[in-house]
Design a protein around this ligand. Structure first.
Ligand code: AMP
Length: 283
């Protein structure tokens, strides 16, 4: 059956393996993840396979992007199943470093993108995007891929990372990939497995609320009116604790309230202890 696929833990081993792939004439693709892989992640692997890249999947639950009150310790860790999923999806190498490998004693550098990180999730997760940009910058430097693949489910993350790559002249093509959803519309997420059956039942309402908002925009409504429609839809489901509902310019992430399209409608809400995000672009 399938090929064997190395699971590597050290930066030097990864660099050596990639050097070999380069010598064999391969282009290199990187899919950075925090593991607990699902169909959303696998769609990124498929996009890389399509382009024929030597496919590196990193699996690293990055502590620096979690605040002390967040779910770093309870974040799902399923390395064995993840490695098998990567192998089955045609991955060529899994890089699963330890925290010490990525942040050895004395580590004190941060990569920060300003402005784009201030709104949306950034407002409620101070320091989160500094953690994301720093770790992705390191991964891009370790792997030096031709292309890196990211999901638009984390829309702000993609815009922030694309900006970092531009500003630092990193020689990588950033490939955005559409959000993969469950049949009922719920955006796939590693955190969905924390939902109780009852929470799982109402969770697709998040996507339905965004659809209600996008309908308002399609009818010529403003961002403000779309937000109100999302709000009203979600208020019917008392289990949701809404953190934000925003309508933003897809490029600058600045609020787009008085005008219509193009716009990204983005929402973050808690169901119990589980924080869910979703977004919809309306052109
Ligand atoms: P994570 O493991 O949550 O850090 O996500 C790793 C990558 O997978 C990121 O680029 C995410 O945007 C992407 N991703 C997560 N969920 C989905 C999804 N439902 N559809 C598409 N991409 C996703």
């Amino acid at each position: 059956m399938g090929h064997s696929m190395p699971l590597l833990h050290s930066i030097s081993e990864v660099r050596a393996a990639i050097r070999q792939a380069r010598l064999a004439g391969r282009t290199v693709g990187l899919v950075p993840t925090m593991g607990a892989l699902h169909e959303g992640h696998l769609s990124l692997l498929a996009a890389a396979r399509e382009r024929g890249d030597f496919l590196v999947v990193s699996i690293f639950v990055n502590p620096t992007q979690f605040s002390p009150r967040e779910d770093f310790t309870t974040y799902p860790r399923t390395l064995e199943a993840d490695v098998e999923a990567c192998r089955a999806a045609g991955g060529d190498l899994v890089f699963a470093p330890s925290v010490e490998e990525m942040y050895p004693a004395g580590f004190c550098t941060t990569v920060r993108v300003q402005g784009l990180t201030e709104g949306l999730c950034g407002r409620f997760r101070p320091g989160h995007f500094d953690g994301v940009t720093t770790v992705v910058c390191k991964l891009l430097d370790i792997v030096q891929p031709d292309r890196a693949y990211f999901g638009l489910k984390d829309y702000q993350q993609f815009v922030v990372l694309r900006r970092m790559v531009l500003d630092l002249d990193l020689p990588v093509e950033m490939v955005p990939c559409p959000t993969v959803r469950e049949a009922d519309g719920l955006a796939m997420s590693s955190r969905n497995r924390h939902l109780t059956p009852e929470q799982r039942r109402v969770a697709p309402r998040l996507h339905q609320a965004l659809q209600a908002g996008s309908e308002v925009l399609r009818q010529g409504g403003t961002g403000e009116q779309a937000i109100a429609a999302v709000q009203e839809f979600l208020s019917k489901e008392p289990e949701f604790r809404v953190q934000y509902i925003e309508a933003v310019n897809p490029e600058t992430l600045e609020p787009r309230l008085q005008t219509g399209r193009p716009v990204v409608l983005a929402v973050a809400a808690y169901l119990g202890e589980t924080r869910l995000i979703d977004n919809l672009r309306v052109d």
